[in-house]
Design a protein around this ligand. Structure first.
Ligand code: RP5
Length: 164
């Protein structure tokens, strides 16, 4: 199975990024995690991206806060799918990171999830791998069923308590 690369701009992003790691673990998807910054360690970020396909990666998650150009910088150096996570930090609470990550000019796409949307970033990567992996597709179906059942249980409890 292809690996997922998880790159964050700072170790201060780890509390959010760890949710993506846990989701990949839950599905048994292999991953590598690195702290590479587009502005503090641009050479390492570029090196990783240029070699990602030949090093066995199938998609890359890039998480960064503030003027978050990390996902775009990674996407500039690979044609693997790049999923950007705008991290909530600084005076603008992640709005700056959201706009920096999502507003890519045509030609270099970054699939951007919600601010701090690490679980969805991982699920999108799993869905990408599941295009050609039927076991992974079954696990995704199963998770959807379990999540639906949980909501239906909650619905039952709310209906029983509040409806006359
Ligand atoms: C970004 O700046 C990082 O991704 C992080 O979200 C933010 C703040 O970084 P630190 O100052 O906490 O290292 O590059």
């Amino acid at each position: 199975m292809k690996k997922i690369g998880i790159i964050m701009g700072s170790d201060s992003d780890l509390p959010i990024v760890s949710k993506a790691v846990n989701t990949l673990k839950e599905f048994g998807v292999p991953y590598e995690v690195h702290v590479f910054s587009a502005h503090r360690t641009p050479a390492e970020a570029k090196e990783f991206s240029i070699n990602a396909r030949k090093n066995g990666f199938g998609a890359i998650i890039a998480a960064a806060g503030m003027a978050a150009h990390l996902a775009g910088a990674i996407a500039a150096n690979t044609t693997l799918p790049v999923i950007g996570i705008p991290i909530k930090s600084g005076n603008l609470n992640g709005i700056d990171a959201l706009l920096s990550t999502v507003q890519m000019p045509s030609g270099i796409p970054v699939a951007t999830v919600a601010i701090d949307g690490a679980v969805n970033a991982a699920l999108l990567c799993i869905q990408i791998l599941a295009v050609t992996d039927s076991d992974l597709a079954s696990k995704l179906d199963q998770k959807r069923r379990i999540d639906s059942e949980k909501v239906l249980e909650k619905n039952k409890a709310v209906e029983a308590e509040l409806n006359s």
